[in-house]
Ligand binder design. Structure first.
Ligand SMILES: CC(C)(COP(=O)(O)OP(=O)(O)OC[C@H]1O[C@@H](n2cnc3c(N)ncnc32)[C@H](O)[C@@H]1OP(=O)(O)O)[C@@H](O)C(=O)NCCC(=O)NCCS
Length: 231
């Protein structure tokens, strides 16, 4: 393994990494509207992890104007309202590694790199609406409860929140509405390969909360957790 982290300004590696998310995650309108601008306007703020010639991970950040409140709309806030005014803070919006590269501490290196970038640009902190990786195992538990779960050694129960904490991140309040994904019954059936024969709340693999169907329209509201890394 010979890993390097490159910025998007150094190399455009879009399209070279497998999609790492449940398919329905690709359908948040705020994210989809903003996404091309991330690479166009902030190429120095986007990272690719490469192993030799293979792209094995990525992380994206965006400068935001932040007043210190844990915005309930997390990622959707960072890519909309968070863009108004002079930026104060760097916000991480995504980090992902190919499965073979997980559990090796690479994500901590990425987080440190993002925090260093915040410092280099004079921002006060690197913040992140974190998608807790084990929350999908507990889709019925409110995020406000899950965020309090700790192990006996006092570290967070969730592995990804634990990694953030280990390198100095402070867990703030949840972002209960970080992303909102809406689709027709047919769209959800295509995205999940499940059937949703009637209205109601459904547990869907990869979702951190249930998907609610009303009038044949399915809505998923993704809960995340804000973490702050001082610059
Ligand atoms: C989130 C992500 C980048 C974190 O990277 P990671 O490599 O799993 O993180 P770490 O190496 O810090 O591992 C965190 C913990 O999980 C354990 N772990 C994770 N994957 C593991 C694996 N495949 N095998 C063994 N242990 C693993 C680590 O040992 C560590 O546990 P510890 O705290 O007890 O030491 C990665 O899991 C990922 O890409 N997930 C899918 C996309 C995602 O959900 N991204 C988050 C969006 S904000």
């Amino acid at each position: 393994m010979k890993l390097r982290i490159l910025t998007h300004a150094e190399r455009d590696l879009r399209g070279s990494l497998d999609y790492l998310w449940p398919q329905f995650m690709a359908h948040d309108q705020v994210v989809n509207t903003f996404w091309p601008r991330l690479y166009e306007f902030f190429p120095d703020f986007q990272f690719w992890v490469v192993d030799g010639r293979e792209t094995v991970g990525y992380a994206c950040t965006v400068p935001v104007r932040w007043d210190g409140l844990a915005e309930p709309r997390g990622i959707d806030w960072a890519l909309s309202n968070g863009q108004s005014g002079e930026p104060t803070t760097l916000c991480a919006v995504v980090a992902g590694l190919q499965p073979d590269y997980r559990g090796k501490g690479i994500s901590a290196v990425l987080l440190r790199r993002m925090t260093a970038l915040a410092t280099a640009h004079g921002f006060d902190a690197m913040i992140a609406p974190v998608r807790p990786t084990w929350k999908e195992r507990y889709p019925l538990i409110p995020i406000e409860s899950y965020v309090k779960w700790r192990r006996e050694d006092s570290f967070h129960y969730d592995p990804w929140l634990r990694t953030h904490e280990r390198i100095g991140g402070e867990v703030l309040d949840p972002a209960p509405r970080s992303m909102t994904i809406t689709g027709s019954r047919e769209e959800w059936e295509e995205w999940t390969e499940l059937q949703f024969p009637e209205d109601g709340d459904y547990v869907v693999p990869g979702a951190l909360a249930t998907v609610r169907f009303e009038g044949g329209v399915g809505t998923y509201v993704e809960p995340n957790v804000w973490v702050r890394h001082p610059a």
